[in-house]
Design a protein around this ligand. Sequence first.
Ligand SMILES: Nc1ncnc2c1ncn2[C@@H]1O[C@H](COP(=O)(O)OP(=O)(O)OP(=O)(O)O)[C@@H](O)[C@H]1O
Length: 394
Amino acid sequence: MHPPGADTVLVRHGDLNTKSTSVKRYMEGLLVEHLEALVADRSVPGTVVRVWNRPRIETTEATIDAAVDAATDAFGVVSASPCLTVEPELSVITDTLANIAPAVYDGGSFAVDARRADKNLPFTSQAVAEAGGTAIWEAVESSFEPTVDLDDPDHTFGVEVRSETAYIYTDSVAGPGGLPLGSQAPMVALVSGGIDSPVAAYELMRRGSPVIPVYVDLGEYGGPDHEARAVETVRTLASFAPDHDLSVYRVPGGETVSHLAETMEQGRMLSLRRFFYRIAETIAADTGAQGIVTGEALGQKSSQTAQNLAVTSRATDLPIHRPLLTMDKQEIVERAREIGTYHDSTIPAGCNRIAPDRVETNGRIDPLLAVEPTDLFERADAAAADATLVSLRE
Ligand SMILES: Nc1ncnc2c1ncn2[C@@H]1O[C@H](COP(=O)(O)OP(=O)(O)OP(=O)(O)O)[C@@H](O)[C@H]1O
């Protein structure tokens, strides 16, 4: 809940603080641009102000919650607080705390968490905490029996005093953390539209890599809503990145998928993954992407045993990033729900089964190469060359 009158969002970042001054300055610039794009895309009125260590969004009280949502969707943001801004004077700060306390305090323990960014101010953060605590106490004691708990309070009144302004807040909303989008090189994301691959793509975005989504059309094995699932999940990912183009590369793979199904029994699923990776590699070469991201998790499927990942990975020299490798399915599902891709991922796609009756769990490269179509990679290159772009803009 925001304090009455809050019209500014204070934005905190985390991993940027481990960087050198020049890198941090560059990344803060990216973060501010990204915040500006999110705020504009969601028609939140206001201005993003670039301040060393603490960017902020100045908006209105009516739109403060939407501004907090935008800030906490930005990659690199650890948390954001809707704030009141006042003069950095002790009496003004304590009066403000006394004014907002009755609206946000409804019993239980409280604490004042005071910080001072400017060491030249004529009062300490301890003085703010003590005077602020007294002011809050006196404002609510006629209606409640307040207690102070500095370790685990029910209510925290935050005060951050900087040389020009003091920020007063009662809530901190968690952001995704990570690094600003665009601070790392782009990656090709193989997106099937299932539950896992959109989460994997999101994780790379969270660490700063824009993704180039690639969906391989499986032809008669895909089912009527297979492509829709992929495109809709990417649309959700794109809502976190309005300043990046997430048009989907739709690659016609149906003919090769049918060929694999007709000509291979053992190893078919491994060759299919090798076909995907090779397509991704080709598109990466065209787009400057520096790696491939997939939704694979160790042992989740027969094609994802340690042996099979070793065999399939040999199809490309590019690094294959598997951010979900060690995650359990339930964790991935929870993540998909948080991000908002879960619903579209569970649209029944009506896929036909490609997997053979007896699945391979212990693949080895030489036996596989003996049965795999010799032109598999030429097929992948040709399919990638025939890709069409699905724009997400209506
Ligand atoms: N049709 C496809 N187009 C693009 N990439 C795909 C496709 N099918 C699978 N992949 C990639 O290969 C990975 C492993 O394939 P798998 O068969 O496990 O996918 P899935 O279960 O259909 O979907 P997901 O892994 O997204 O839940 C996926 O996470 C995804 O990165």
